[in-house]
Design a protein around this ligand. Sequence first.
Ligand SMILES: *Cc1c(COP(=O)(O)O)cnc(C)c1O
Length: 392
Amino acid sequence: MPIPLVNLQQQHDELYDEVRNAIDRVIDRSDFILGSEVEAFEEEFAAYCEVKHCIGVGSGLDALTLAMRGLGIGQGDEVITPANTFVATALAIKQTGATPVLVDHDPATYNLDPRRLSAAITPRTKAILPVHLYGHPADMDPIQTIANEHSLLVIEDACQAHGARYKGRRCGSMGRAAAFSFYPGKNLGALGDGGAVVTDDDSLAEWIRAARNYGSTVKHRHAIRGVNSRLDNIQAAVLRVKLRYLDEWNQTRRWLASEYCKLLGGSDVILPTERDDVEHVYHLFVIRHIERDGLLEHLLRRGVIAAIHYPVPIHRQVALGRACLVPSPVTYTDTFCDQLLSLPMCPYLTLGDVESVAHEVASGLTRLSAPRTHVARTQVDSVSFSESSLPG
Ligand SMILES: *Cc1c(COP(=O)(O)O)cnc(C)c1O
């Protein structure tokens, strides 16, 4: 049996009755768009994130875009974000009309390095958009200090960090606003697309509430040019069920990560680190190795569905490369993209799965370090594999 990157099937088998009832409740009321489940979820998720407002939208990408648009970011502005992130972060900046400015990350946490911010700030800089990548919180205090010095907004991309904490504070509660995604593979995932903006800012919340719904709060009155990006009631009902399990699932992820670290401790892969003042939620368990491609091929051949986040940095993407500014070399991003490897991680892995994965990593490393014969190399070259389609 292959070990999947994320085992959604198992999660849905266990929650089948609860999720089914939630969906039936919505169907019985024929109340599909926005509606009472969305309102209840927004209240519950705002409380969970320890903020005043949550506004459900269609995706994480839309949450980022609407948060920035609502804060007045647009044409002529620059927004600083890490170079190693999912494409949506930079795409959202671009969609507002602003220019993404990419900076390198801290090699230990893979998050935006605050020491690189000052050099990237220009008179056009309007905001900093840190990403809590892989579920490890970005170093928000120095980021906020620099932002304050230059009167910049801080908006969090919390799409991989539901429930994570930085110095006791929830990810999503620290910036002016934060974006979450409920893509099925995220730590809190719907049965389709979904997203949310969370914020303490009353007027921003009001703007997004209108903007997500064609710019209307009063029927047939459109004060702003909005979009159609509404969380639907079925997804909200499902998310309400799953939110009750989120802390327990995150604890399991943390425990599985610690088991991976124990088992892989002596090997020459570079393990993820967790700062003392944060609670990492391990959306992904990302290791690094110089011979990543060989290791990945070995794992896939042995039924361990590992993946890469992310193989092609944003500044080398056809759609975005020339739209971004890269003021200083992003050396870590450029080298690590050939070394990063995400091992299977989700709350439904067993300790046995983690042991099997660690065992296969070890045997892959042994193979890679052995002198290769011509035959062995031909075998490796003939193996084809497809990457997981999960963006998260
Ligand atoms: C998943 C993700 C997004 C986008 O979320 P969607 O719901 O897929 O639009 C944005 N940023 C990061 C870091 C993500 O992981």
